[in-house]
Write a protein of this length. Sequence first.
Lengths: 342, 342, 342
Amino acid sequence: MEISAEALCALLAGILEGDPEVKVTKLAPIESAGPGDLSFVSNPKYEKYLATTAASVVLLAHGVDSCHTKATIIRLHDVYQSLAQLMQHMERLSKPHKVGIEPMTYVSASAQVGEDVYIGAFAYVGDGAVLANGVKVYPHCYVGEHTRIGSHTILYPGARCYPGVQLGSHCVVHSGAVIGADGFGFAPNSQGGYDKIPQLGNVVIGDHVEIGANSTIDRAALASTKIGDGAKIDNLVMIAHNVEIGRNTAIVAQAGISGSTKVGEQCVIGGQAGLVGHISIANNTRIGARAGVGKSLAQPGKDWSGVPLMEHKKNLKIQALIKQLPLLFEQIHTLSIKHGNQ
Amino acid sequence: MEISAEALCALLAGILEGDPEVKVTKLAPIESAGPGDLSFVSNPKYEKYLATTAASVVLLAHGVDSCHTKATIIRLHDVYQSLAQLMQHMERLSKPHKVGIEPMTYVSASAQVGEDVYIGAFAYVGDGAVLANGVKVYPHCYVGEHTRIGSHTILYPGARCYPGVQLGSHCVVHSGAVIGADGFGFAPNSQGGYDKIPQLGNVVIGDHVEIGANSTIDRAALASTKIGDGAKIDNLVMIAHNVEIGRNTAIVAQAGISGSTKVGEQCVIGGQAGLVGHISIANNTRIGARAGVGKSLAQPGKDWSGVPLMEHKKNLKIQALIKQLPLLFEQIHTLSIKHGNQ
Amino acid sequence: MEISAEALCALLAGILEGDPEVKVTKLAPIESAGPGDLSFVSNPKYEKYLATTAASVVLLAHGVDSCHTKATIIRLHDVYQSLAQLMQHMERLSKPHKVGIEPMTYVSASAQVGEDVYIGAFAYVGDGAVLANGVKVYPHCYVGEHTRIGSHTILYPGARCYPGVQLGSHCVVHSGAVIGADGFGFAPNSQGGYDKIPQLGNVVIGDHVEIGANSTIDRAALASTKIGDGAKIDNLVMIAHNVEIGRNTAIVAQAGISGSTKVGEQCVIGGQAGLVGHISIANNTRIGARAGVGKSLAQPGKDWSGVPLMEHKKNLKIQALIKQLPLLFEQIHTLSIKHGNQ
């Protein structure tokens, strides 16, 4: 693609500062962009590169100082969102549009396959499964019996849905994700071992959900593990049986949600965080990376972090104090000597 | 299935309170059950729903107060275990009994395949592999050369056993689990890099073991990584080379056990916990979620948690004190001022 | 293999102590080795077994006391490295040399396949992909469009490379590893949800890199996620989009590196550690298991651990003080009472 700063500015409905005729051919990060590249700054950490970048055009928020840059600037209300639109446009132009059924697939005679569907080689579609229009099932995917995949959903190579899973439309499931494996349910028996509790429920996932590579979402024991519309789940995340995740909640890599916990809408759960089972998290809660959540969080819109879990600001203070513990112990030692406590 | 409270009570050897003739058709969670549903309370957190549930029949332990419920009650010694039995019964009635070899499988001519075996499409069974009677190998599974799978063991879609793995009978291995990949063994070399130490051992797994989705159990460098009979391993767990896990030990999701560590029998290791290598954990040890275990735990039957690891009761106390650190620093500041230490 | 202590000593260029004619047939761990076994001690924790081992020959570093052992000793400068060489020798003798294309593979007509390549059944090699000489692609692997695999690299069963990935030579990728899935990039939109930012970059991996089972390395948003030559990555590790890992850096199981972070050369990142995004880690940094790294570490060659992150020695001290908090609170209570602060 080759596009002028002026045309790009019109496309993104921005305000131009600088040469309208300079042309760009590709997107590049601000720190490594060269002449002919389009770049952007959305994270303030990267503003320092404005003075030195060789990019021809830079997307920038209103108000950010650009007096030292030689690039043409396109001012935008929301750089990140405009970038997303632009990249979606570029992806549509460049990505091959897969459609049709490759050789060596296994598609049950009782499966229903919609129009414009892609089924890659070695994919398995079980009895009674339903693939709606525009679904893409890449090679090595497994779609179990009576599993339903909504329209325009993509299963990347080796994604697996156990039987009875329901997946909405416009979802993306990455390689190696496992949806609907048995929940971890066992009853201790009198011989000191465990009896398996069959997991008879399923997983129900809304529309516009993304599930990262090698993440696992277990089926419910009885009813349904539920993932709300618009939820975004990163790689290697564990979602246990009977969990419910609210709409537009984002869960970062390697976080884990234990059984039967209910997470509200519009929450963010940081990477490697862990939530115990059987608790409820209010809407708009933000949980920091590596936090350990041991009880319900009832008040919406708050920030939490740490182990033990505290409001984020308090945790920052506590973390600073922990580093000062040696000084504290010393002070007390001194005070104690003065008063004969040693 | 439709069954009367009376018949159900006889099946589970319980004691009936209420209408013996009311019929139930399916199991449902206590908080969402409706008329015609069978439900249960085993976790005290859910006893509050007894007063409001619309379930027709509820399984309940002896001694739990049920005076406010309208449901028929079946009193049981161990609700969770009775539930497991009941659900196993329901699963046998409902789940399709897979048997036979689907098209497009790769089964080596030198592999031994027992009776009543299921091999799904795109499964790979290598030279000299042995599948005992009743084994189920779902689509996309990989059974390496000379790997032995015991009777009635199930490998769900995309489970993988590297060559030479031994898996007992009545095991369940979920999708994406990897058994027998190389241990992480490297020797630093004089060029600042690493030379790979070939991992020449294998993995030996007992009977009645369950291994969760996308968990990994590495092969030993020389001898065998060992998982004892009845061990239950959740999703995304990492078990490193040369580890030994005792019988009936349960390991919750995302926990990791480092190389050569020996975990005793009947232990429970919480989610996201981590154990360093080359240590021993006594039988009946319980390790809390997210605990960091840095040294051997020699005394059996104890509860541990936290980072640094402490006896669980002490850790709870320490966690409470950590939250009070700001107050403590303030007190010392006051005391110091009084005595001219500032 | 059967070999005399004398021949083995010559092969490893060591110094013999004891019977040169005793023969060994296999390697075994020091604590379980029997007569006819070769064993070794490289970790001081295992020196205690020297007195009791039944091994016929033991590899040992210069200077380690062996006066109580009955075994023949071969003294070496670097036991671990010699062991690596010996085991590589044994592996070459024992492991089947896979070559050729099995039935039921999907290899695009536009893919380039070198000499001496192995492609297992059900492997998928997309349009324009390149497999250099000596590459091994095991069953169920996915090699996306225009992905390039360097010479003698091994993809174990079910390893997956999305389109456009570049993998060097002499690499090992274990089962279930996913290279090149979309980075976790979304722009919040005005409806409270997220718009996906297409991930248009790729992953570029150097030579002699090992990637563990079920690890995930995401593709960059624009440019490349980069893994340097000789890097060693364990199982279930998460490497986010735009990350750069320096040469010869080792990352232990279940660690996670967030987006755009740059890790230097010759670093070691412990198991379950987590690094936030957009930071830089200096060369030769060692980060302890379970550490939480929240900011750049600019000084090379240092050891860090803990949450909050501290220099490792300081963290050990702090951990000890944390355990003494109850005592501290008590002392202050006593002091406060004396001075009327209660």
